[in-house]
Design a protein around this ligand. Sequence first.
Ligand code: NAD
Length: 459
Amino acid sequence: MRLAVIGCGYVGLVTGSCLAEAGHEVMATDNDPVRIGMLNAGRLPIYEPGLDKVMESAIAAGRLRFTSDCAQAVTPADAIFICVGTPPLESGEADLSAIDNVARQIAAASRSPKLVIEKSTVPAQTGEQLRHALHVYGRSKGATFRVASNPEFLREGTAVGDFFHPDRIVVGVEDVESEAQLREIYKPFLEGRFHCPVHEPKCPAGPAPVFLVTTIASAELIKHASNSFLGLKISYANLIADLCEKLGGNVEEVTRAVGLDPRIGPHFLNDGLGFGGFCLPKDIQAFIRLAEKNGIDFSLLKEVEAVNKRRIDQFVEKVRRALWVVKEKTVGVLGLAFKPNTDDVRFAPAIEVVRRLLAEGATVRASDPVAMERARPLLNGAAFVADPYEVAHGADALLLLTEWKEYRELDWKRIYREMARPLIVDARNMLPPAKMKELGFEYHSFGRPDLTANTVLTL
Ligand SMILES: NC(=O)c1ccc[n+]([C@@H]2O[C@H](COP(=O)([O-])OP(=O)(O)OC[C@H]3O[C@@H](n4cnc5c(N)ncnc54)[C@H](O)[C@@H]3O)[C@@H](O)[C@H]2O)c1
């Protein structure tokens, strides 16, 4: 099928590349000409493991192309995936101006019937607005539009594998023709007929994805409801960690046992610095505002958000207490991305932590395996250093802010020797406290017993 993908960010590039690799003809477009220039030169504007291989293979097969001319992508397409950003407005509501803008462009460039698919995360009832906008903007052109919602559940860092092996494919439709078209688009994934570069030579056996057909409003709600629940699990684990610190429990033991209950499940019961990134924080905010606008007080989610915001205060307070005076101290930071295996620093808790320390007069030396370039413009005054041992050199404290595997595997004896004061504050509970103490470190993390042993850090 001939497909257009509008928006070449994390979601658009993964969607376009994987659909092309699975056999469709894809023309992807973006209103950022620099981005399209990079893509046409064979360079990826984002870091996403495995994406380079899929993209190269799809381009080599002649099935994936990029253009900065939206009409060139839209005019020949049978179906169009909208993958543009939906960032939060000041009010917390989703900013849908990029969707509106794209609707105008689609309407202007369409001469034949189109299926227009929302893949961007949008509040319920956006589909209706989109259908109306397409109709109004395209009224004199004679093209007809059907609208569908196909929320994306990929996770940055494992996005390619997630797209090839989803647990569910949700399609919100209004008519059987749209359902049939979406089934056709996803047929290779439903039948396991594609080349997956993530699991060469062979993908592990697993169940086929569930293809869920819903109304458009349900599909839109499913995405917000899923992300909100994930945030809820993290905030829940964070409050358990707080209790553990006060009462001498170990949050890892508690959440492990709780998660073994199949009604609860282990995933996302992770305490630490809280959630960030371009999805959970903004989607929860948007869901709260959507509920509010419809007369429902989703106070449960307001609390999830409040608990999450407090994590940064609590962490900075841990650093303050451990350092005593922050001003003029040299603080090393390992990890800036909102999670490992991505260069995405949007709403990353690490960025906010560094900003606060800089504001308190600390000298910050920060590192990240792939996110330093994206973090640089956000952190005026911080120094960026690639080598973690250099980050530790002469530091009064070392903060672990993103759980990159590389950091677990550092030579911690060497780090000990490099530091002016062997103090580690681990926001992600990455390292074993007993071992760190054995090595001579003063080591603090969240919700684990040796934190409370000398009660220096109880909050
Ligand atoms: N990043 C994720 O992990 C993820 C996962 C699931 C869903 N989503 C949702 O998918 C959407 C996109 O997220 P993302 O992370 O890919 O965002 P992104 O910011 O990485 O990419 C958006 C792209 O759209 C382009 N764009 C904006 N307006 C445009 C326009 N009018 N015409 C053409 N291009 C335009 C931007 O230049 C950018 O390249 C959001 O709604 C997000 O909530 C994201």
